[in-house]
Design a protein around this ligand. Structure first.
Ligand SMILES: Nc1nc2c(ncn2[C@@H]2O[C@H](COP(=O)(O)O)[C@@H](O)[C@H]2O)c(=O)[nH]1
Ligand code: MG
Length: 578
């Protein structure tokens, strides 16, 4: 027996008044102007490039560094370094950097478009895809990192940390909840959502190819007869796109264009040199490990660190090399980090690009490169002072840097798998992930603070309403009442059901709209509903630190002890509910 009749009446009265309160809240939230106000103020897409406009030119002389006059706490959230695993920088002897999308932030609107157009040209000219593809347009804002591409079904998915698919598109058509459930909802045979049937969109390099794949899926559905003979299924489309993209990276399509005009494709960053100087001054050894080859690395690093002004020209300048103790190009990460990797290490002659095998001493041409035209390499006088390598393994690197324990190394990269997961898992290096999308995400988080609080309150109200309803339904079914009480109960149950449906829908809609303020298709990068997204789950597991931009290191002492925020179990988040 749960209630006496008089208790029941009391509880009904309180439920009813709660219902009125909901109704008021509902009206309040129902006024769409509030949402539209936010919608109009918030850029609905996240952008890959963090907004750096607030930095100003003074940064060049170090004034904005943590040690400068302008240092202030708390640090602007967009510049903060967030900590998943405590890290005392005093124990770090060597700091390494990845180059592409870590030190060099590519401009998505130009660089990804270049990759998109180059890939289409290869599909049409090398793989017999119809020439009408050449007219296709690319929306560089559409795709985001963290999505999973289902090669067999031609779908793209966003999932939560438990690998439940929460948003799914086939081509550019969103799957209904029922279709999504039918395709991905079988809890008994949960997929790993990994290669070979799935591809993770975990680097910013993959956004253009994911977009193109979805376009091809729609195209194949609409015009199956127009596809080239081999493209009989979606997986084959994916393979073709992949090989076309791969070729763009290898044959100079992308790199020659960047070398011709770096400022068109790469954001300048006046804080790179102050950051490197500051870290070097602190006594740390600095190294660069990039998958890019020497000539391209020189172009990009020269642009970032050289004194080439804002015209986009790249005058000869070798100064960037002086900030690094060791530079490894063509590193073939993540294999570079693997235990037992026996890849030979070559020393690069930086003035000719020729390779010298460090074991046999036989000079040879750069492996894997096409030779970029118009790139001026350093002259022979500087080559003795700086050591640049190609290939090799982490064991070579540890030797070159005299590293005894891998926990003395911090590596900063952008690729969760290639840079972070392997170096952390295989080696135990400490890691920092650069997530440029974070800056825009933090902006929207800030702007939606009030609205998210209200949605969370609505969620609590929904749950309370549901509990009240379940309770009354139970009483109706299992207890004996006078006819009069029975009638009142039935009325109340009917009333609560209505209220519950309204609040439920209101909460669902509010949450959906709020998510779409982050990105109109995929929502918040780090969340799916109330759960962490698969992407943020990986960030949490493998990146000791994460931040929106590599030069945010400028705002902290190189001896800082980064400490994690407190973990919370659900029961600790009860607040004053007693
Ligand atoms: N051959 C391919 N190269 C690729 C692909 N995607 C990216 N890249 C190249 O890798 C490096 C990344 O450098 P890092 O500094 O981040 O280690 C850069 O040169 C890219 O062009 C690909 O699909 N195929
Ligand atoms: Mg990179």
């Amino acid at each position: 027996m749960f209630f006496s009749s008089s208790n029941l009446v009391k509880s009904l009265t309180s439920s009813t008044s709660q219902g009125n309160w909901f109704a008021g809240k509902f009206r309040n939230l129902k006024s769409r102007s509030k949402w539209s106000l936010y919608a109009s103020r918030v850029e609905p897409y996240s952008t890959n490039g963090a907004d750096r406009s607030y930095e100003g030119v003074a940064a060049v002389d170090g004034e904005l560094l943590w040690s400068g006059r302008w240092w202030a706490r708390p640090i602007d959230a967009r510049k903060q370094i967030f900590c998943n695993r405590s890290l005392n920088m005093k124990s770090i002897d060597a700091i390494g950097f990845d180059m592409d999308y870590t030190l060099a932030q590519y401009k998505p609107e130009t660089f990804e478009s270049l990759a998109y157009v180059g890939t289409i040209q290869k599909l049409v000219h090398n793989l017999n895809y119809p020439s009408e593809l050449l007219q296709w347009k690319f929306d560089w804002r559409f795709m985001v990192r963290g999505l999973v591409l289902d090669k067999r079904r031609g779908c793209i998915l966003k999932m939560d940390r438990h690998k439940y698919v929460k948003v799914a598109y086939h081509g550019f058509r969103e799957l209904s909840r029922d279709d999504r459930q039918a395709m991905y909802g079988n809890t008994l045979s949960r997929e790993s959502y990994d290669e070979p049937d799935y591809a993770l969109i975990d680097t910013l390099f993959s956004l253009a190819e994911a977009y193109l794949f979805m376009q091809l899926v729609d195209f194949k559905d609409a015009f199956p007869d127009k596809m080239p003979s081999g493209a009989y299924d979606y997986s084959q489309l994916y393979k073709d796109v992949r090989s076309a993209v791969d070729l763009c990276h290898r044959d100079g399509t992308l790199k020659q264009a960047v070398a011709n005009d770096p400022s068109k494709y790469i954001n300048e960053d006046p804080l790179i040199i102050p950051m490197l100087k500051m870290l070097k001054q602190s006594g740390r050894k600095l190294f660069l490990v990039t998958n890019s080859l020497w000539d391209y690395t020189h172009v990009v690093m020269n642009f970032l660190c050289g004194k080439c002004g804002t015209e986009g020209g790249v005058p000869r300048d070798d100064e960037w090399l002086s900030y690094f103790d060791v530079v490894v190009t063509g590193s073939a990460k993540p294999t570079f980090f693997m235990d037992g990797n026996r890849t030979p290490l070559f020393e690069v002659d930086i003035s000719t690009g020729m390779l010298q095998n460090t074991d046999s001493g036989v000079p040879m041409a750069q492996i894997g490169g096409v030779g970029l035209e118009g790139v001026v390499l350093p002259n022979a006088t500087v080559k003795k002072a700086h050591r640049v390598f190609q290939g090799g393994s982490v064991a070579h690197l540890h030797n070159l840097l005299s590293i005894e324990a891998s926990s003395q190394v911090l590596y900063v990269g952008d690729h969760i798998y290639g840079d972070i997961l392997r170096s952390k898992k295989e080696l135990g290096w400490r890691t920092m992930l650069v997530v440029p999308e974070l800056a825009a995400e933090l902006d929207v988080l800030h702007q939606t603070m009030t609205i998210r609080k209200e949605i969370s309150e609505l969620r609590t109200q929904r749950d309370d309403l549901e509990d009240s309803l379940l309770r009354l339904e139970w009483c109706l079914r299992h207890e004996n009442h006078t006819d009069e009480d029975q009638q009142r109960l039935e009325q109340e149950v009917a009333h609560l059901r209505k209220e519950n449906a309204i609040v439920r829908e209101q909460h669902r809609q509010g949450q959906r709209e709020c998510h779409h303020l982050f990105h109109k298709t995929w929502g918040q990068l780090m969340k799916t509903g109330y759960q962490n997204s698969r992407f943020s789950h990986q960030v949490e597991r493998f990146a000791c630190l994460y931040t929106s931009h590599v030069t945010n290191l400028c705002y902290y002492s190189p001896n800082k002890s980064y400490r994690t925020t407190e973990d919370f179990m659900p029961h600790e988040l009860q607040g004053d509910r007693r």
